[in-house]
Write a protein that binds this ligand. Sequence first.
Ligand code: TYM
Length: 354
Amino acid sequence: MKRILSGITPSGDGSLHIGNYLGAVRQFIELANPSTSSGQAHECFLMVADLHALTTIQNKEQLQRNIEALILNELALLGDLQNITFFRQSDVPMHSELQTILNNVTPLGLLKRAHAYKDKLQNPSTPLRARDEIEEDINVGLFNYPMLMAADILLYKPNLVPVGKDQKQHIEMTRDIGDRFNRTYKTNTFKLPEPYIPEEVAVIVGTDGKRKMSKSLGNIISIFDDETVIKKQVMGTYTDPTRVHANDPGHIEGNMVFTYLDFFGEKEKVAELKKQYREGKVSDIEVKNYLFESLIKTFGSARERYGDLKAHPEKVKHVLEKGAAKAREVSSATMREVRDAIGLTNHYSFFRYS
Ligand code: TYM
């Protein structure tokens, strides 16, 4: 059975948007489910990467709120958890231990090439500041982020890591770091994982029609917000700026409402709407109303589950406890190999991961 692993950071306000769903969560659900993954069930691990959020969130109440929001959002989307081990990264201390060890086989230059760090250095709002000065504002956690992510992945020896394209570089760095460890210690402890990034969902563009959908850019469509919020987001979505009247022929290409409808609408109905839109026979409002309906239909049961989970914290705690136990079991076995491979274990050792 192939093993799949992924993670989501409770950054922003912790909630998920349709970019996260299409770019990562949906692949994960499909791979976990034998009826949607060509009859093959995969063993799946999904983590709430709460330690990763510390690079940007240093307010206790906000972090607590974000972690809760992400846990509830993810569990509501996942539904029946068959084949899925769902856990919090901070419930499994092996992640931090492996990160410490990997620090020593990773060259500084590799981390300096990470997009997240380079983007911070080139922050357009501070073009005149010297590099040294900007570096004063970048915490080491952000710089070292790819290393923690490498530890997250390597511990579980997954075959595939379903993510959006923005995480591709991190998976390549993970392979690089795992390979360096294996070569340094002449071992094959780590399996080198492959990213899983279907082209059509590699980058979901936001409602502005220009940039990657991202909470910080305010161009999202939420999944669990109130219907009025979702409706407003849908009504504000970029369509065809050259079309002034509803009876003008419209364009489908680059029209975000149709881009989203391709994922969430019914195939025949979408094909018919596209035809009518091109002929100037249907208004933007009608098409947007259909997108709104389709979203509420797609996420209806998840939205109900969200309410149920929020009302029953004991259910959530139980899932996390079970998930952490399984994650610790798998990661302990890897840490035992790691400790043995690097020479931390000797004849005075009394502690051994079981
Ligand atoms: P994060 O929390 O930023 O994003 C979660 C997942 O959503 C995908 N995504 C998108 N995909 C397509 N289009 C978009 N507009 C879009 N926005 C977000 C991301 O690519 C990601 O797959 N570092 C990771 C979390 C992480 C992780 C891991 C992932 C921690 N440890 C181990 C995999 C394996 C992150 O911050 O993703």
